[in-house]
Design a protein around this ligand. Structure first.
Ligand code: C5P
Length: 405
């Protein structure tokens, strides 16, 4: 498994069309978000957009010419017809922000500037990010234009709710550049998991002792979140059952929050219906307090007598009889005898695959961005991974599931 940085837009050309709303000031950040994922970005600016953000700023960030005019006196690139060459070379055309005026012109198939002409001429997917005053957004004319464009197959990323530059509060804010870039990655990713329903458990569980204290572990949910994002990008329908975590999951997943191992078990049982693949990436507690104390245990002067624990329900072992044709993946976090322990777990829990992680060392396991260990399959195949980014590892795990499915 390679250790190259994860660049999902490497080799892709994104044509970013910027139209003239105040949110155009976010365009340089959108360029950065796309470029950091490996994309080449070509920018088209309308005349109005150039009032908000300068071609020079964008050119400095992209290192490429910026396109502003439909009929330049001097051609910017050889003697190509710009709106056709940009439309042809794009892997995706992104319009952000897309103003009400731009949407109206696109809905009518107009092609009277470089943005509208490029959108009309391209065969690539088009993603529109509307952004405007809430009343303009909610106006029946804009609603109808968006419906027309959606029916024609253009993708629309809805604006967000919040304070708007015009002083109003409501729907109309351009989503953050990272959210827009994530949508671009999804729309340019191969949809090789389309039609697959995947249930993923993530994070730690918290087992309450009293209203103040609880037992938990070092899991942050990073590995699970990487799997959630990768599966969504590749077209799977993903439900996450998550213990308490600080991170945010990919916006396309349905998230069910739980706290304890027994809550997670109940949610997994309920969520299993219609699911093709279950990935148990959660670090479920092994032991839970025997009894929950409803009143806070008071601090004493002497040593506290032992805290009594009982084993938690083993989720995988409990649902083993419900497996049927589903593909079950487990995780094993080990400090010693990684392979032996993982193989034993895979057999005992009836798994099709197990991801054995080394924990307790730098660059692997809990809270780390990278992971080391072995991927073991019930068919006997094995793959060692060393300090691989969790994002990359997530894709490899999904490749294997897809291959075996
Ligand atoms: O037995 P161990 O906890 O090491 O097994 C790890 C695997 O089993 C993980 O996939 C974890 O999500 C799952 N597990 C479980 N129920 C538990 C503990 C762990 O399903 N109570």
């Amino acid at each position: 498994m390679g250790d190259a940085p994860y660049a999902p837009l490497a080799g892709r050309t994104i044509v970013l069309c910027i139209t003239g709303g105040i949110a155009a000031y976010k365009a340089p950040l959108i360029v950065r978000s796309l470029a950091s994922r490996g994309a080449h970005v070509d920018c088209i600016l309308t005349e109005a957009a150039a009032q908000f953000v300068t071609p020079l700023s964008l050119q400095s960030l992209t290192g490429r010419p910026i396109y502003t005019r439909m009929f330049p006196v001097e051609h910017q690139r050889s003697y190509e017809i710009e709106h056709i060459s940009l439309a042809d070379k794009a892997d995706l055309v992104l319009v952000a922000p897309a103003t009400a005026n731009c949407l109206a012109r696109l809905a009518h198939g107009m092609a009277d500037d470089l943005v509208t002409a490029t959108v009309l001429a391209t065969k690539a997917p088009v993603l529109l990010c509307p952004s405007m005053n809430v009343n303009m957004y909610e106006h029946p004319a804009t609603r109808a234009n968006l419906a027309t464009l959606r029916n024609r197959g253009l993708e629309i990323l809805e604006p967000e709710q919040g304070f708007l530059a015009c002083g109003w509060e409501g729907k109309g804010r351009l989503p953050e550049p990272e959210r827009i870039a994530a949508e671009v990655v999804r729309l340019t990713s191969p949809q090789d998991l389309a039609g697959l329903k995947i249930l993923i458990t993530c994070g730690p569980t918290c087992e309450d002792i009293d209203p103040v204290r609880f037992i938990t572990n070092r899991s942050t949910g990073k590995m699970g979140a990487a799997l959630v994002e990768a599966a969504c990008l590749r077209g799977a329908e993903v439900t996450v059952i998550s213990g308490p975590v600080a991170l945010k999951y990919a916006p396309w997943a349905r998230v069910v929050d739980v706290r304890s191992a027994s809550e997670m078990l109940a949610a997994v049982k309920e969520g299993l219906d219609g699911v093709d693949v279950l990935i148990m990436a959660a670090a479920v507690a092994d032991y839970v307090p025997k009894e929950y104390q409803r009143r806070k245990i008071k601090k004493g002067r002497s040593e506290m007598s032992a805290l009594e624990l009982r084993p938690s329900p083993d989720i995988l072992a409990t649902i083993k009889p419900l497996k049927d044709k589903r593909f079950f993946v487990g995780f094993a976090a080990e400090t010693d005898d990684l392979k032996e322990n993982a193989l034993e777990k895979m057999k005992r829990k009836g798994l099709d695959m197990i991801v054995a992680n080394r924990v307790g060392e730098e660059g692997s396991g809990f809270a780390s961005a990278t992971n080391s260990g072995i991927l073991l399959s019930a068919d006997g195949t094995q793959e060692v991974f060393e300090h691989v980014e969790k994002t990359m590892l997530a894709h490899t795990i999904l490749d294997k599931i897809r291959g075996a499915w």
